[in-house]
Design a binder for this molecule. Structure first.
Ligand code: VG1
Ligand code: CO
Length: 545
C-alpha cells in the first residue's frame, strides 16, 4: 500500500463542542479540514488503532465521501480493522452498543445530529471511546490540542473506493474492513430489554395506533425492523422512513416545529394514540400522546417512577441523573424511591462515569434525550420502546399516565427559549451581565419569588474527581423555581443563547395551566436580568420548546 504523508497547517477552530466537532459542510470540505481532524484523533488516541474501529453516520450529505477518506487514513495510520455500518449508516446508540458488544476500540460517528444537512447544512464528527460513550473532556481537549499543532497527516494513495453497500469483508493494505448490519443486532438487543410480546400485542390490536417520524434520518431502517418486522405494527406507522442526505430539506430535530405531519396527525381529528420522533443520528426522542405533548423532563421522571414495569429494570434503578438544565421532576421521583439523583453539565459525556461505575441506571436531558445503562449514549428508539412497554402494561393513555404522575408528584412547568445565531459578542454580553449580578441576587425578589442562590454551575465528577466549570448560570428560588442561562455548544453559526425556566406546582387545581403563561413572570424576569432584547436585539426567541 502506498502511503502519502501530506504536509498541512492547523485550522484554529477544531475544538469539539457539546457533542463532537460540528461545522458547515463547506468548512468540512475545505482541503485538509477533515483529514487534519481525523489525524488529530489518531494522534491523540493511539489506542484506537489496536483493534476494531467503527465508522458510520446519519447518512447526511458528505457522509459517504468522508467514510472513504477515513478508511484511507485509518489504513495509513495502522488501524487493525474498521467495521462500517451498512450503507455507511450507523445510529449513535447503535454505534455505542456495537462498540460494547464487539469490544471495539471506539467509533467515529459522522453526524451533526439534529442540525440541518445538505450542501448548505452542517456536518460533524463524534468520537466515542471503548466504553461506548462520547469521548470525555480530557480526550476532546487532547484532540483539540493536537489539531493546533498538526503538520502532517497520513493517507493511503490509490486505494480503491470501498463498497459500503454490501455486507462483505475486504482489505486495504494490512487493514481489515468489514461492512456490518447494525440494525439486526440492535433490534435483537432491544428485544432483551423490553417485553416485545406485550408491545407486539398492543401494536397489532385494533384499539391502538401509533406514528413514528424518522425524519428521513438514520432511524428509518431500525424503526422498520423493530416496529414493523418484529412487533407487527402496520406499515403506515412510520413516517419519512427513508434516510436522505438532506433529510428531505428539513431539520431532523424532533420537536413540534419540525415534525409537521406527525404533529398534525397527533393533534388532529381521529388522532392516533401515540406519536414519537427521533433526530438525525437517532439519539433523541419526542413523545406525544393523543393531542398531548410530553416534555422530555417529565418523560425522564415518568420513566424513573415506572421503571419497575420494564423487564430491563427488574433489579431496580440504583440511581438516576439529569443534566443541570433539565427540570427537577426526576429529583422528586428519586427522593421517593430513595435513590441518588446526580446533576451533571449538559452533554451525554458527563453521564459516562456514573453509568460505568454503576451509580445510575437511567439518565436524561431536557433536550429530548433519555437513556439507560444499556448503552453509553442517549437512545431515541429505546425511549419509544420504553413508552410502548409502559402503555402496554398500564393500559392507560399517555395523557392519563402523565396526569397521574403530576397528581402524585406535582407538575414541573418547564420551557426552553432559544435565541439562535446571535452575534457571539452580544450573547457573551448577556452572559456577562447576568454573571455580574450573581452575587447580589440572593435575597432579592424576582417575579414575586425570593432568590435563594445564584451561581455559575460547576460539576465535580464523583468518580474521577475532575472539575468542569462554567456550565451555565443559575438563579435558584426558595420555591424551587429556577432560571438557567447557557450558551449552546453545538451551533455552527454565531452563538445560541438558551434560557431554561422551571416552576414546580403541587396544588391539584394548578396542574392544567399553559406553561408559557404560568412561567410568564419568570420568563420576563429572566429577559430583564440579561437585558436580552436590548443586547441581542431580538424581540422573541427563535424556538420555544
Ligand atoms: C444540545 C443539547 C444537549 C445535547 C447536545 C447533543 O447541546 O442542549 O443537551 O446533549 O445538544 O445532542 P447544546 O450545547 O447545543 O445546548 V445531539 O442529539 O446534537 O448529539
Ligand atoms: Co442527536
Amino acid at each position: 500500500m502506498d502511503i502519502s504523508v501530506v504536509t498541512t497547517q492547523p485550522f484554529p477552530d477544531q475544538k469539539p463542542g457539546t457533542s463532537g466537532l460540528r461545522k458547515r459542510v463547506r468548512q468540512f470540505r475545505q482541503p485538509h479540514y477533515l483529514e487534519n481532524y481525523i489525524q488529530s484523533v489518531f494522534d491523540a488516541c493511539p489506542d484506537l488503532k489496536n483493534g476494531e474501529l467503527l465508522v458510520g453516520g446519519d447518512g447526511r450529505f458528505h457522509n459517504r465521501e468522508a467514510i472513504q477518506v477515513i478508511l484511507r487514513m485509518a489504513a495509513a495510520n495502522g488501524v487493525q480493522k474498521v467495521a462500517i455500518g451498512y450503507g455507511g449508516l450507523l445510529s449513535t446508540p447503535a454505534a455505542s452498543y456495537l462498540i460494547r458488544s464487539r469490544g471495539a476500540t471506539g467509533a467515529l460517528i459522522l453526524s451533526a445530529s439534529h442540525n440541518p444537512g445538505g450542501p448548505e447544512g452542517d456536518f460533524g464528527v463524534k468520537l466515542n471511546t471503548a466504553n461506548g460513550g462520547p469521548a470525555p473532556h480530557s480526550v476532546t481537549d487532547a484532540i483539540f490540542e493536537q489539531s493546533t499543532r498538526i503538520s502532517h497527516y497520513r493517507i493511503a494513495n490509490g486505494a480503491e473506493h470501498v463498497d459500503i453497500d454490501h455486507l462483505h469483508a475486504v482489505q486495504m493494505g494490512d487493514m481489515d474492513i468489514e461492512v456490518v448490519d447494525p440494525v439486526g443486532t440492535y433490534a435483537d438487543y432491544m428485544a432483551t430489554l423490553f417485553d416485545f410480546d406485550r408491545i407486539g400485542e398492543l401494536l397489532r390490536s385494533d384499539h391502538f395506533r401509533m406514528r413514528f417520524d424518522s425524519m428521513h434520518a438514520v432511524t428509518g431502517p431500525y424503526a422498520e425492523e423493530i416496529l414493523i418486522n418484529r412487533l407487527g405494527a402496520p406499515a403506515d406507522t412510520i413516517l419519512r422512513a427513508e434516510p436522505l442526505a438532506d433529510f428531505g430539506g428539513r431539520h431532523p430535530d424532533p420537536n413540534l416545529s419540525h415534525t409537521r405531519e406527525l404533529s398534525e396527525a397527533l393533534f388532529g381529528r381521529d388522532a392516533p394514540d401515540f406519536g414519537a420522533a427521533s433526530d438525525g443520528d437517532g439519539d433523541r426522542n419526542m413523545i406525544l400522546g393523543r393531542r398531548f405533548f410530553v416534555t422530555p423532563s417529565d418523560s425522564l421522571a415518568i420513566m424513573a417512577a415506572n421503571a419497575h414495569h420494564i423487564p430491563a429494570f427488574a433489579d431496580g434503578l440504583k440511581g438516576v441523573a439529569r443534566s443541570m438544565p433539565t427540570s427537577q421532576a426526576v429529583d422528586v421521583v428519586a427522593e421517593k424511591l430513595a435513590v441518588p439523583c446526580f446533576e451533571t453539565p449538559t452533554g451525554w459525556k458527563f453521564f459516562g462515569n456514573l453509568l460505568d461505575d454503576g451509580r445510575i441506571r437511567l439518565c436524561g436531558e431536557e433536550s429530548f434525550g433519555t437513556s439507560s445503562d444499556h448503552v453509553r449514549e442517549k437512545d431515541g428508539l429505546w425511549a419509544v420502546l420504553f413508552w410502548l412497554n409502559l402503555l402496554a402494561v398500564r393500559r392507560q393513555s399517555v395523557e392519563e399516565i402523565v396526569r397521574d404522575h403530576w397528581r402524585q408528584y406535582g407538575r414541573h412547568y418547564y420551557t426552553r427559549h432559544d435565541y439562535e445565531a446571535v452575534e457571539s459578542e452580544r450573547a457573551e454580553q448577556v452572559m456577562a451581565r447576568i454573571r455580574e449580578q450573581l452575587s447580589v441576587l440572593p435575597g432579592q425578589s424576582l417575579a414575586g419569588m425570593r432568590v435563594a442562590q445564584a451561581d455559575d454551575f460547576a460539576y465535580r465528577d464523583p468518580v474521577d474527581n475532575s472539575l468542569t466549570e462554567h456550565q451555565g448560570l443559575r438563579v435558584l428560588f426558595e420555591s424551587g423555581a429556577r432560571i438557567v442561562f447557557r450558551l449552546s455548544g453545538t451551533g455552527t453559526q454565531g452563538a445560541t443563547l438558551r434560557l431554561y425556566i422551571e416552576q414546580h406546582e403541587t396544588h391539584p387545581e394548578h396542574l392544567d395551566a399553559d406553561p408559557q403563561e404560568l412561567l410568564g413572570p419568570l420568563i420576563d424576569a429572566a429577559s430583564r436580568l440579561g437585558d436580552i432584547p436590548g443586547l441581542t436585539r431580538r424581540e422573541k426567541p427563535d424556538v420555544i420548546t
